[in-house]
Structures are given as structure tokens and as C-alpha cells.
Ligand binder design. Sequence first.
Ligand SMILES: [Zn+2]
Length: 245
Amino acid sequence: MSKWQEHKSAINERALTRLTRALPDVFPPAVLSRALGRPFIPPTPRLAIDSYWRAHPLRADRLARALAAQSGQPDGWTWQLGKPRNGLPATFRIPPAPYREKRFARGPGFCCVCGQAVYQFGWHTDLWGKGPNKRAHWHGACVIAWQFWNAPSEQATLLRRLQARRCGQTGGRLWKNAEVDHRVPLYRVWGEYRSTAWPDLLGYWGLPNLQVINRDAHVLKCADEARHRSGRRSQPAVDAAPGTR
Ligand SMILES: [Zn+2]
């Protein structure tokens, strides 16, 4: 065994001891089996859960939207832009999140993205019967979903695979320089679909509205959008909203 391998297996042995010691009797089996299969074993249950969601951003996206659907849109909320210090998004590119706003925040133990209770280790169900974790403000899944919604390009490889490496716009082969695109551009979501109920709005940031397209197709699409923007500003929406997957 090389020195590096010895070093790595010593680290893993220590991590496994720590993880085993901290592991509760009940723990999501899929999370545990992934943790034990990592080149470096996460040394705490919380890190094991974070590592699981990092590996499954699309699952996190779906779950976060499903949890948000359980919370629904708070009474009196509308999608508004404003000062980040009040929890308002500064631009329409940031997904609307009522429970991040001071006025609608549900307080300690509730997730600021989906509005549902956060349990131990940032999990979304109370597997341990201990009730919400009062120090938590995010689900592990919602952290990853939020990152995905705000920077979907980081998951380009995954999205390409999902499209069988075909351009979402032309159906042709995806080239190396292909780009992640919002089918319904976010400026149109803000301009034309602003009154869509939350959390259906989140679908515009999630997988239902994302595609990978070749750069030349993207340039053409952006030019069309620019024309649309300057010519049809005041016309009503005709496109269908994306479905939920
Ligand atoms: Zn959440």
C-alpha cells in the first residue's frame, strides 16, 4: 500500500468511527450507503446528509418544490423585488421565496426556502420523534435546491445526460460549448407570469424549465427573446407554464 493509500485509509477509519458513534438508531438507508461508499467517508450524520443531497440536486429540486407545495403561498404575499436585508430578492433572477422574507418567516425550526419544519441533521421528516430542530433554518435538500435554482449551469453535465446529449432546442447533438437555458426566460416569468401561485412559480427555476442547448441555438433564442422584449412588452402571455415533474 502506498503512503497516500495508508494515509487515506487511516482518515477513513477515523471518520467511520466518528460516524458510527454519532449515528442514531434510525437513519435514511440511502444516505448511509452512499456515505459508506465515498472515497472519503463523511465523519458526521449531518455531513453524510449534505453529501447525499449534493450528489442528487434534481432530487433536491423536486423535494424542495414538493415541500413548498405543502406550505403553499402565505396569505397576503406577492412576488416583489426589494432589499436583500428584508429577505426580498434583488432581481427577478433569484427565485421568489416568501418564507425568507421577514414578514412571512416562520422562525426557528422552519426552512426559509420551503416553509416546512426542519428536523435533526437538516432532514425533512421527523425520523427521530424529536420535533423540529430550533437552530435550523434550512433543509439539507433545500440548500442544494436553492443552489441549483440560482446556478443551474453548475449541473450542466447532469442535465446533458438527462437529455441524452441532444440539444433541447434543435434535437441535434450537443456540442461541448452547449449552455443551460431557461425555456421560459426569467424576464418573462417576471413580466408575464408574476401572479402564478407560489410555489408553482419555483417550477420556472427547477428542472421543468431547464434545458441544455447548443450555443448557436442559444444565440438565436436570445435574439428572438430580445425582439420579443422590445416588441411585445405589453401583450398578454400565450405560452403554457411548465408542468411539474
Ligand atoms: Zn426546505
